[in-house]
Design a protein around this ligand. Structure first.
Ligand code: SF4
Length: 393
């Protein structure tokens, strides 16, 4: 078995489901927390010898929704199986509503050294339009609290929300910069099928902004954040010097990692696996002695190489093609037709210089379209890709 260097744990609890959210979670059902912790323990029991890792990430859902004693319990379960290296990164996602409070001391006394705050906006009407519960005074309290317990914190901000405007977004960015966050992630609001927002959009009760508007929001973020020394290092991610997310780099580089909890996806020994997404089903399966895994697939060499292109292109520095060829055994034009590359180069979307392929500043604005096109490219001939149950212990 490959040695994983990273671990992801999904904590699926939220107060309510926000209208735009399609993540794996249960809303207002905290009575399931005890069963969840039992299930996580069963999953983790597969690890017989503690593993040294570089990064751990508690995501959700809302990990900070766990009552302090339950968070403490989860952390001790993880601490028994994983040893974080001396300069390791341990991130926990938190909602501004949950800080400050008793949870502070649990975080302070743990290995958690980075908090990712789901702020989304500092504008009250925009937060309401996003179905978020917190308000500006709560955000300020949460930021003060986070600064007391960790040196590194990231904030998430959303643009192109209903009733959003460039002037609201400009204030969100200024406020976000003013918090002193070491890392800022910006996301365009998306309308995912099955969400309340998607249904409202279908009924014309809510309107998605035009592509031109979205580009204007995004360009403003790039400009403002760069002006304040946040390096734009990935399509959605900006970091102060030395503050890039190490955990995300593991995903982007195609390195192996373990994942636990409902809906969590891991990648080990060339197998991508995903746990049961429906929380109740995940709990029933695991607590009754069945596998947590709902689906798993051996990725072909070609699929792994395509993933590396897609993730690599999302990095602003792009892809070192010599290194790519050494790692994957593929040349770029064996995977992406030369006509596509020529068209994108001509349209000033990608550039190829000194064996490095990267998106241009215009291409960054269309990263999702380009990457999804590459993901859907058909192989020239059939390649083996069979289902398998990964042994990720
Ligand atoms: S708090 Fe976050 S994870 Fe929970 S429902 Fe809202 S957007 Fe989704």
């Amino acid at each position: 078995m490959e040695t994983p260097r990273s671990v992801y744990v999904h904590v699926p609890f939220c107060r309510h489901r926000c209208g735009y959210c399609n993540f794996t979670l249960v809303a207002g059902r905290d009575y399931l927390i005890a069963d969840y912790l039992k299930a996580i323990e069963i999953e983790l029991d597969k690890i017989k010898t503690p593993i040294e890792v570089d990064t751990i990430y508690l995501g959700g859902g809302t990990p900070s929704r766990l009552p302090p004693q339950d968070l403490q319990h989860l952390l001790s379960l993880l601490g028994n199986r994983f040893r974080l290296v001396a300069d390791g990164e341990f991130t926990m996602e938190a909602n501004p509503d949950d800080l400050p409070g008793e949870i502070e001391s649990v975080i302070r006394d743990s290995d958690i050294n980075r908090v990712s705050l789901g702020i989304q906006s500092f504008s009250q009407p925009k937060l309401r339009s996003l179905d978020r519960d917190h308000d500006l005074p709560q955000i300020e309290l949460a930021i003060d609290s986070v600064k007391k317990i960790v040196d590194r914190f990231s904030i998430d901000l959303i643009f192109a929300a209903p009733h959003d405007s460039l002037s609201i977004w400009e204030k969100d960015l200024s406020y976000g910069i003013g918090t002193g966050a070491t890392h800022i992630s910006t996301y365009e609001l998306t309308f995912e099928k099955g969400t309340i927002f998607w249904n409202r959009k279908q009924r014309n009760q809510i309107h998605a902004p035009t592509d031109d508007h979205c580009v204007a929001y995004y360009e403003m973020a790039i400009e403002r954040l760069r002006d304040h020394e946040y390096a734009h290092y990935e399509v959605s991610s900006f970091a102060k010097s030395g503050q890039r997310s190490r955990h995300n780099q593991v995903y982007w580089s195609g390195s192996p990692y373990l994942a636990f909890g409902p809906g969590a996806s891991g990648f080990m020994d060339g197998v991508r696996y995903t746990n049961h997404r429906a929380v109740k089903r995940y709990l029933t399966k695991v607590l009754n002695g069945h596998s947590a895994i709902e689906e798993s697939r051996v990725l072909s060499r070609r699929e792994m190489a395509i993933d590396q292109i897609v993730f690599g292109l999302r990095l602003i520095e792009g892809i070192d093609l010599r290194q790519f060829e050494q790692q994957t055994g593929y040349q770029l034009n064996n995977l992406v037709p030369t006509e596509c590359l020529d068209d994108w180069t001509e349209a000033n979307l990608v550039t190829l210089e000194s064996d490095r392929l990267r998106l241009t500043s215009r291409g960054i604005l269309f990263a999702d379209t380009i990457c999804s096109h590459i993901s859907m490219l058909e192989p020239p001939g059939p390649e083996a890709s069979s289902p398998s149950d990964p042994n990720h212990n």
